[in-house]
Design a protein around this ligand. Sequence first.
Ligand SMILES: Nc1ncnc2c1ncn2[C@@H]1O[C@H](COP(=O)(O)OP(=O)(O)OP(=O)(O)O)[C@@H](O)[C@H]1O
Ligand SMILES: O=P(O)(O)OC[C@H]1O[C@H](OP(=O)(O)O)[C@H](O)[C@@H]1O
Length: 181
Amino acid sequence: MIPGRFIAVVGPSGVGKDTVMEAVCARHPEIRRVRRVITRSAEAGCEDAEAVTPEEFEAQVRRGDFALHWQAHGMRYGIPASVDAELSAGRDVLANLSRAVLPELEKRFDRSMIVSITASPQVLAARLAARGRETAEEQAKRLQRADFRLAEGLNPVVIRNDGTLDEAVAAFSAALQPERA
Ligand SMILES: Nc1ncnc2c1ncn2[C@@H]1O[C@H](COP(=O)(O)OP(=O)(O)OP(=O)(O)O)[C@@H](O)[C@H]1O
Ligand SMILES: O=P(O)(O)OC[C@H]1O[C@H](OP(=O)(O)O)[C@H](O)[C@@H]1O
């Protein structure tokens, strides 16, 4: 069995996945954050990701360069297969996934866990507006997808992020402990 664990963070747009993940990694330097490949311009102002063209992305899919990949919000997202080396070396890795790709998670990785981050629709709308990365129209589309339901049979750890960031990070950290002990 591959010793490292793939920790998948999911939740609606604006719930604070990137913010929580950054804080969790600061608190747990032993966890590696995955650098995703995205067909989004590098200037879009977001997490550190590798920005590629749709043609480059498709070439990487064909080469088998991705452990997982999906499409959302008119873009394509990939998790580099290089995570396998980290997992084989016994490191836990952390990545933001689409809720839609979760049924593939257990098939692809020996050890995985799902952390589902939630907040009320009002909080999501306020955060997307305040972040201002997308246009109002794009924000509305993202909010429509907020209640996407996870597939049956998945067993996520659910963490609310409508209080302070510290509270969410403490809950996330606690959820990591039983397996890591
Ligand atoms: N607990 C919190 N309290 C206040 N603001 C927060 C909290 N968590 C996140 N935010 C803010 O909410 C906004 C959205 O957060 P973030 O970009 O991390 O969300 P996300 O889930 O990664 O969204 P997306 O899926 O669209 O990338 C950011 O401006 C962030 O600073
Ligand atoms: O709604 P679902 O399918 O769960 O998530 C779709 C995508 O939305 C977010 O992308 P971004 O970081 O906002 O571009 C997530 O990271 C994921 O890739």
